[in-house]
Design a protein around this ligand. Structure first.
Ligand SMILES: Cc1cc2nc3c(=O)[nH]c(=O)nc-3n(C[C@H](O)[C@H](O)[C@H](O)COP(=O)(O)OP(=O)(O)OC[C@H]3O[C@@H](n4cnc5c(N)ncnc54)[C@H](O)[C@@H]3O)c2cc1C
Length: 265
């Protein structure tokens, strides 16, 4: 074992101070990933800064047709929130399909996107919805936030405070679950809104979540399941592992994109 100091931050300033003072400090949200990696000794932070009780970091507020979801909001609260269900039912449904009830009552939207697991659901949802990620320093477009496998644009002393999502005209997320982990073997989110027609894929990319230009072009010309028939989804840059080959994932991308378009229509 190794010693770890626990800090309970009362404010963002408090959290930033703790983050910059320790030897190797990590932010702790629901601990769904971080504690598991610490138990496996894949991470051994000197200090943990718990951000869950920071005032204003949990919960959902609305300005016009834009949702502001606090970074420490648990998945179950995103799934059940009346404003999320009204303005962006696709996101509510995505959150409701994450893991199991225990995970949904501990895991947070901020922790999920900071971790940027290549099979996580939120990255595909937020990328397709053209969301922006608000930190203690700046606002980052989802397009610039997810930079690769388990990596993001976040700097060492940067804390996600909220996620902003503007209501799309239509959107849906379709997921094919990996039954052992409950993560997405493949997940596809389709959306039409101010940012145009966007299709984002999780669980399949060699380099994590990505947008599919071919499916986006077909759907912006004609929003229908048939419009995707002629699109070739290549398997070259897709993940292949013991759960599914790259070719299988390529096929799933199209199947799920069609299911999502049908659901959004
Ligand atoms: C059994 C199981 C099944 C799961 N199934 C799914 C699934 O189906 N789909 C899916 O998408 N996910 C799934 N997850 C992941 C889960 O949804 C969590 O959201 C994810 O593990 C992150 O956990 P957390 O929010 O508790 O963050 P933590 O584990 O506490 O933190 C994760 C990382 O994010 C950093 N972090 C946390 N909050 C912030 C912040 N505000 N600012 C900056 N950095 C921050 C931490 O320092 C750490 O590096 C599953 C997890 C488990 C254990």
């Amino acid at each position: 074992m190794y010693p770890t100091k626990y800090h309970k931050a009362a404010s963002i300033d408090d959290a930033v101070a703790a983050l910059t003072s320790g030897e190797s400090t990590k932010i702790l949200a629901g601990g769904q990933t971080l504690l598991a990696t610490m138990k496996q000794h894949l991470a051994a932070p000197s200090d943990l800064v718990d951000v869950r009780k920071i005032n204003g970091l949990s919960g959902v507020s609305v300005k016009g047709n834009t949702l502001a979801i606090g970074a420490a909001t648990i998945h179950a609260d995103v799934a059940g929130n009346a404003d999320v269900r009204r303005l962006c039912p696709a996101l509510a449904s995505l959150a409701g399909g994450i893991g199991d009830p225990a995970v949904r009552h501990m895991g947070t939207i901020g922790g999920s996107i900071a971790n940027n697991d290549p099979a996580a659901d939120y990255p595909a949802g937020l990328l397709a919805l053209g969301a922006s990620i608000v930190t203690n320093k700046r606002q980052i477009a989802a397009d610039d936030f997810f930079t690769g496998l388990f990596t993001t644009a976040l700097e060492e002393d940067e804390i996600i405070t909220a996620v902003h999502v503007t209501a799309p005209a239509r959107a849906a997320y379709a997921k094919f679950r990996q039954p052992a982990s409950l993560f997405a073997l493949v997940g596809v989110c389709v959306a039409q809104g101010a940012g145009g027609t966007r299709v984002a894929v999780t669980g399949a990319g060699d380099d994590g979540v990505f947008r599919h230009a071919g499916l986006e072009a077909a759907l912006s010309a004609n929003w229908s399941t048939d419009a995707m028939n002629a699109v070739a989804v290549q398997s070259e840059d897709l993940m292949s592992d013991l759960h599914a080959s790259a070719e299988y994932r390529a096929n799933l991308i199209k199947v799920l994109a069609k299911r999502a378009v049908a659901a959004a229509s």
